[in-house]
Write a protein that binds this ligand. Sequence first.
Ligand code: MN
Length: 730
Amino acid sequence: MAKHETKTIEQVIQDASRYLNEEHTTFLRLAYDYAKEAHVGQIRKSGEEYIIHPVQVASILVDLEMDPATIASGFLHDVIEDTGITYDDLKEEFGEEVASLVEGVTKLGKIKYKSKEEQQAENHRKMFIAMAKDIRVILIKLADRLHNIRTLDHLPEHKQRRIANETLEIFAPLAHRLGISTIKWELEDISLRYLNPQQYYRIVNLMKQKRDERVYYIEKVINEIQDQLKDVNITAEISGRPKHIYSIYRKMVIQKKDFNEIYDLLAVRVIVKSIKDCYAVLGIIHTCWKPMPGRFKDYIAMPKPNLYQSLHTTVIGPKGDPLEVQIRTQEMHEIAEYGIAAHWAYKEGQDHDQENMSKQLAWFREILEWQSETNDAEEFMESLKVDFFSDMVYVFTPNGDVIELPSGSVPLDFAYRIHTEVGNKTVGAKVNGKIEPLDYRLKTGDIVEMLTSKHSYGPSEDWLKITQTSQAKNKIKQFFKKQRREENVERGKELIEKEIKSLDLSPKEALVEENIQNALSRFHLNTLEDLYAAVGYQGITAQQATNRLTEKLLEKEKPVDLENSLIEAQQEVETKTKKKSTGIGVNVKGVDNLMVRLSKCCNPVPGDEIIGFITKGRGVSVHRDDCPNIKNEDEARLIDVEWEGVTRQRKNYSVDLEISGFDRNGLLNEILQVVNETNTDIVAVTGKSDKNKMAVIHLTILIQNVDHLRRIVDRIKHISDVFTVQRTIQ
Ligand code: MN
């Protein structure tokens, strides 16, 4: 590992003056002075003055021959984050370009990465690019990371590993996609040293042992090529290609190859003056040594998406082993080493304005879209599936996972992406810690937290209009479909049983297997539930269904059976009357004459799962099973209770509903009208709206049982602009 000397500000300015004029270097010095002043008194973990870090970052950017604004931003990249200086301060002092570059770097620093999943890493990389409106922000960030990882020694081991891991998964691939090989290799090698020191040093030692033998053969090959080129008057720079530790490590792990197999592969690089010379050199090499079939690649005619150009070939070398040869021009070589940075390298008089930069960033995003550096077909298909890159937003879950959504997506799209149940139970959303309406448009970098309640009655019809993703829309439609079926089944069952009773028969005797099959085959249905549903949505009438269900019974007219059922009915009446009614429609199991009341916090209604709580001196209070107020109570004080039969129930159970929606004229009126139409008494109504035009209405109504409640809620949910309906607990 090459040790990097720490550069002084004088050295950095000197290096910069090789390609920048005096006006520019003066500007750089101003940026340095300003940063030094801002960071004064701050110390790095190594004990050095903080300013050393920004100076090295600027130095890396000078090596990439970046423009003056980018280097100045390198000096200043930490001042917004770590000192009291603001965007406006920088704008006033150094102009908008520098201020927004520094601000961009600060924003990227806020992205927290922790997941190890490949898809998450990919989303993080995309988020980086989506958030950096200017490609130079990423270059500064890479320089920052490079210097940080060079100086990891002073951090505790767990931090070293975390940073190395993040570097390997996020920053090195970014450097690769930008084509900046020099930075990519260094990031990878140092990361490996921290993540797997054993393997790292093993490879380093093996390389040392083999060095002499290798140098000998490389020299032999280089001399042979030089001799041949002299004959045809081509001047070329020929060198052995350095092998990088991480790339050897990767090949050993992924291709399960032995160190020797990888390292013995000789590789040389020939750099010439013109494209014509490239092809001439190729011809000469192919006449010297036998080319291996299928190994010639012309990246000059067909550049790689990250702009890389070269001729590649593999021949059988002098040792009888494969020899890899790369042939390229000096210009191509610079792009191979510095990638996109070479493309941006500062040239006097060249257009470096904001518009140009963002155009190039857009172009860069496009190539990312089509780029595949992996042989994994599935992953490649995945990357193609992503709609257009710029049309995506990247948001965080509260855990720091990144979720990719089409732009225009709202919190509900996010919720359904997380899980169907999260979507269905949504009652609100927090974005960056603040409650936002459900139609809020998500932005890249938002942290989204869904508020759910198991008391939510599920999606409202408006959700179909608000949501952007087909995934969310499908799940909402599915919910309605399923819910309607459940309702139809219930209604159909009720109607059929009523019809059977009107024939002086009991549902129990009519609904036996034989009769059910009779009816099902008549209507071409599969299950009794299907029959109920068909009656529920009035595909067939209750009378038609009942005729089929009872025709055999009526044919037979068995008096004995009738007698039996009479006795059964009598017994049923007796057991019912044995229990003493409490007057509120609830019985305490196994205990009579207890004072019983319905709790005011959760307002249970017939049909709810309930539980009794023995109070001190005030009898038993009845709560809903899931009421949070009894969750932590002593179990010994809980007692089983049950709803009485239908006939004894009152019709005035009080229920509180919370309805949220878009605050428009007439919304409250429509809600009240719908409730009135169901002949339901309204006890209280309150409503308020916030500055986001979100209305929240609290409604207290008297209802008979859960089915009654469900019908009302369902009608409210179908009012347009209603977002959520839920039962509240006080
Ligand atoms: Mn920094």
